[in-house]
Design a binder for this molecule. Sequence first.
Ligand SMILES: NC(=O)c1ccc[n+]([C@@H]2O[C@H](COP(=O)([O-])OP(=O)(O)OC[C@H]3O[C@@H](n4cnc5c(N)ncnc54)[C@H](O)[C@@H]3O)[C@@H](O)[C@H]2O)c1
Length: 396
Amino acid sequence: MSKRPLNVGLIGGGKGAFIVQPHQKAIFFDGTRRVTAAALFPEPKVALEEAANWPYPLKGYGSYDDMLAANASLPEDQKLDYVVIVTPNHVHYDPAMKALKAGIAVFCEKPLCMNLKEATDLVKAVRKYEVPFGVAHTYLGHWTTRFSRYIVQAGLLGEVRWVDSCYLQGWLATKLEATGQMQAAWRTDPKLAGGSGCGGDIGTHALMQLRYVTGLEVVELSGHLEAFVEGRPLDDHFTTYCKLSNGGKALVRASQICIGRKNDLELNVAGTKGSLRWRQEEPESITIHLANQPDRVYWRGAVAAGDGFLPKEVPAALLAEPTIPAGHPEGFHDAYARLHRCFEADVRKWEAGEPFKCDGAKYANVEDGWTGIAFIETALRSTKSKGAWKPMPKPI
Ligand SMILES: NC(=O)c1ccc[n+]([C@@H]2O[C@H](COP(=O)([O-])OP(=O)(O)OC[C@H]3O[C@@H](n4cnc5c(N)ncnc54)[C@H](O)[C@@H]3O)[C@@H](O)[C@H]2O)c1
């Protein structure tokens, strides 16, 4: 297998953009991936200027169409191995589809796209072209999320009865979009964000966290999408009461009007033998609650198998996944890096003609992206029927 660092192309990310920054750090994190090209802005002139002034050398293009078209004629060692899509939601589908058709792997920001029709087309294209595709559900990249998944899916908490997956923010408690603030402006515009504001932006993270950790699916839901800030056309407060595939129940909820709350994503899983609590703002540990026992706090990297709760055999691959010793905190960037690292492994296998998985075990895949969009659309349909229970569409 080639040792050359993978070449990554950025789609979006210029002029004060947010999420390109963590992605860049995550791409360079291991020295095995690097950003080599970018289409940073919708206006070609600005895109080229931004690239010329980028803090490190990269090949700038006026548009992602140009970048994808130019790729075919580049020498082998300069070709893009994957692109990262960090544009607002309405510019996910088109570059993703074009990259797939050009045979370039895609790591796309969430939510996957604008609606279920686009999501379905993308699932079909990924299957047709057999190209690696990941969706950037950041919080799956925390080691403690991986560990939580192991604990729940190994049955250590018994049968899951109830899950509360909740993402609280406060930054849209006022009409920030009226000030022209870039991130607020597109997130509150249905033409740019999609049918749900808060739900699409962070409700999809809450759903993904639940699904990844428990392995359960939402099969039916009662949705309540609300806008507390006057005149806002999309929800800033998103609540769904859900029936789960094992007969359990869940709240999947998110809010952007909780003043003072930052990125407070919390997952609580209640099983017949015990409960688990995970928080993204303190992602170095999880807490396990067992009846009539002191709480157990497990820190990343400081876990002993056979301790009376964990079995003697904890998967070695899981224990090996932290990058730095316990007590040197990992955070948001490390989580993104873990996702890119795992995506890189699949891209390298694909390029070597070996089987690759993209099965959702290490990062969210296109089907997970599809499920996020299906969830949002079901919540919207339920809201229109005053919260009536609505079934989730059958997976494709
Ligand atoms: N996974 C996470 O934790 C997380 C966090 C924040 C944002 N996101 C997602 O990332 C995406 C971007 O969000 P953001 O907050 O960084 O947005 P942003 O507004 O800060 O940045 C978007 C960038 O895309 C550029 N852009 C727009 N249209 C373009 C085009 N046609 N060609 C090239 N560039 C174009 C903009 O100029 C800007 O540079 C969204 O889909 C959002 O939901 C995910």
